[in-house]
Design a protein around this ligand. Structure first.
Ligand code: SF4
Length: 349
């Protein structure tokens, strides 16, 4: 077992409930976007977070960045409890965290040149000397594959891939340790996607960065992550090393999610997939017991009554399923992903 001081980030029983507006005399209702999530991230590691839309993965990232306040639970960054830390106190630590969002055209200010966008965080964090500012900006632009000639241009003068390079430069300009990457390539073409992912891997190696990589794209998350946490309706249902998850998935939802991935060449081969029926239940009215039971083909009476805890069933492989050790769902995943790996050569590291 790793000592807690070796983790850059620790999240314990984190919850975020959003109240739903109702009549004055009615019982309050909540959307349980994140509902008791715990994990650790080591320095230099990439933890991928996957799940369908509405699984709570983006809300989780926003809480870790302290952009929204948790309802309950704890967040430790560099072994400091930052959960309820005031913005004034947190300012010194904020420079050690960066973020890259999905849509760079929305996250970059259209009225700021590249130089102004990159200068802003330096000024906020007390770097005032013009020579030092210019040195840092040019250095960081080179790191992300841009140059001095881009300094005075505005975001609309760049392609989507170049805009995301600027957003990455802004995220790393203060030498952070942790970067939350929230679907950083979802809005880009496939060929540009691969360039940005490989840039992120290069920067991670050079700067010893730790990533929390949030995505619904399983090919991308597999390419990027050392470990992966699978979320379903606000909970982690499985967490394991990437190869272990793709080779030996144990939770029926993980198997269904991973086996729903499209082949790069559609119809090239017939592959057995694990199908789930129905839509996810409403996050306002979650089912008793296992949240996945109304859609799970392995469900039993126990599943309807008791919520399964997230338990370590193999070394570093945690699963929240009463039947994890008696059912074998990994065969739905292995063949498909062997084929995807063979075909998606553009993503090889
Ligand atoms: Fe399916 Fe039961 Fe496991 Fe939930 S606990 S995933 S319903 S088998």
């Amino acid at each position: 077992m790793q000592k807690t001081e070796n983790f850059l980030l620790r999240v314990q029983e984190l919850k975020k409930y959003f109240p739903v507006k109702r009549g004055f005399f009615k019982k309050p209702l909540y959307i349980k976007a994140v509902d008791g999530v715990s994990f650790n991230v080591s320095k230099g590691e990439t933890l991928g977070i996957v799940g369908e839309s509405g699984s709570g993965k983006t809300t989780l990232g926003l809480m870790i960045l302290k952009l929204i306040k948790p309802t309950a639970g704890k967040i430790f960054f560099k072994n400091i409890d930052i959960t309820d830390m005031s913005e004034r106190k947190f300012r010194k630590l904020r420079r050690h965290m960066g973020v890259v969002f999905q849509d760079p055209s929305a996250s970059l200010n259209p009225r700021m040149t590249v130089k102004e966008a990159l200068k802003r965080p330096l000024i906020i964090h007390g770097i005032k000397e013009e020579k030092e500012i210019n040195r840092r900006i040019i250095d960081i632009l080179k790191k992300v594959g841009l140059g001095e000639e881009h300094l005075d241009r505005y975001p609309h003068e760049f392609s989507g891939g170049q805009q995301q390079r600027i957003a990455i430069a802004r995220a790393i300009i203060l030498n952070p340790e942790l970067i939350v990457l929230d679907e950083p390539t979802s809005s880009l073409d496939v060929s540009v996607q691969a360039q940005i992912l490989n840039l992120l891997l290069k920067l991670q190696r050079e700067l010893n960065l730790t990533y929390l990589f949030i995505s619904h794209d399983l090919t991308v998350v597999r390419h990027m992550s050392d470990r992966i946490a699978v979320m379903y309706l606000g909970k982690i249902v499985e967490i394991a090393d990437t190869d272990e998850l793709f080779g030996n998935a144990m939770h029926p939802y993980t198997a269904a999610l991973l086996s729903a991935a499209p082949l790069p060449t559609p119809g090239a081969r017939k592959i057995k997939r694990l199908m789930v029926t129905g839509e996810p239940p409403s996050p306002i009215n979650l089912p008793e017991g296992c949240r996945f039971h109304p859609r799970c083909m392995y469900s039993t009476e126990k599943c309807k009554l008791q919520e399964p805890p997230l338990l370590e069933v193999k070394r570093s492989h945690f699963v929240a399923c009463h039947r994890a050790e008696e059912i074998d769902v990994s065969n739905y995943v292995r063949e498909l992903w062997t084929t995807i790996t063979e075909e998606a050569s553009y993503l090889r590291k």
